[in-house]
Design a protein around this ligand. Sequence first.
Ligand code: SF4
Ligand SMILES: [Zn+2]
Length: 473
Amino acid sequence: MVKRVKGEAALRIFRRYVPRLRWCPVCGAPVLGRERCPRCGSRTVEVKMAPPGDARPAWPKERRELYEAAKREHGKEAAKRLLGSPSSFALFNPVQGVDAAYEVLVDGHTVGLFFYEPLEDRWRFRPDRVGAEILANEELGTVVETRARLRSGAVLREGLRGEKPGPGNFVVLVGRGPSYGVGRVLEDGAIRVVKAWARNRRIEWRHNPRPLSLDEAVEVNREWLEELEEEATTWLQETIRIHGFWAVSAVSGGKDSTVAASIAMRAGVEHSYSIDTGIEHPESLETIDKIVRALGFTHHEASPGSEAFWRAARLYGPPARDYRWCTKYLKMSVLPRVFSEFPRDKRILVVTGQRGAESTQRALSPRLAESGTAARGRHYVALPIQRWSSLEVYLYIHYRRLPLHPLYLEGFDRIGCYMCPVSRLAEFKIVKKRHPDLWEKWTSFLRSYARRRDLPSEWITLGLWRWRFSYPS
Ligand code: SF4
Ligand SMILES: [Zn+2]
């Protein structure tokens, strides 16, 4: 059993195991693993991100929302300077937030934070580090000056120069030192410093966001993707050969399992399986079907049935992040049914798309291990893409023209069941719009549960049902 690791120790693990991303300032393209750009030969620079640093492309719909949010909050000129246009290439690095939140990486720099504000039901953009310094130095957007040295958490009331927007809005701050920061305007007109830092002398101001298609990004990184594929396929082939495994690929419709399935197919694996929990996104079932057909697997499927979840939910209440009865009840319970279709005289190897960047626990998982959930000594799990980054996964999917679950393009980072408690409110909003009937079925269950227990309406509207025992800070 792997221990849960937090804080500095977690950072050290991610630094060791999660691949670093680089950037070619000349091509304006992400470069995987190379110190020199494979296209133009220029020296590449490391992209600095919050750990684990598992950035992915921002999709067209998200880029439009990002641009609109930046324009609304900081003006058109500021949005243009930091983001280029809604079609300029950007990467989103998922970070901790109240709900969905991303570091926005444009032209290899962190220009801001794009996050969903549940209380206001809207996406917001807050400049950060490079973005804020660009706006401050070029006097774009709302810049407020103070004679004080900026400190995170401080409240500034006096000696402020510059026009302030209304309460709740963000401003860029310039203080003594010089120090830079971003602040939020409070109800009484004072400004709370959200974040502050000393001037970053090493920033290059040649910030030039521009469009870059996924085709071009793949082209720049083609060799790297081929090497990754080759390494993973050879490792899997050898693992199967040496241990004499009978292998099967677990397909969920998610991006990581799709890539692992493609590697499995190349390594000679002929079978796949999936579990339909009965509360899947309809798009997941369609995507699984497409993947299985594209890769030519013999597919095995099991399901506890469409009523199983609802029967159990009436008994146990809604599943929660700290009360995931659903995984055991809907998935583990039907696994034996699928496995009964596999050869009984062989050791079974399940190929999955688990990646180290997902959590410290996963970063420390061995690439080949005995399964903790199935028959001991007979079932094993292989992780061919354990060290791949999110960007490598997406570029590989594009490179091999594999089916991509449509919900990623809408803004999902992880695909589970349609009302999975691990989801963010921003994702529920998408489900509600795409499948109002499914969403109504779930919320009517929540409403009747809340009525019986006298729970406030926020328990539903703010998705507080996603925690059973304790809420996060
Ligand atoms: S994906 Fe979410 S809702 Fe579905 S079984 Fe897993 S934890 Fe439960
Ligand atoms: Zn280049």
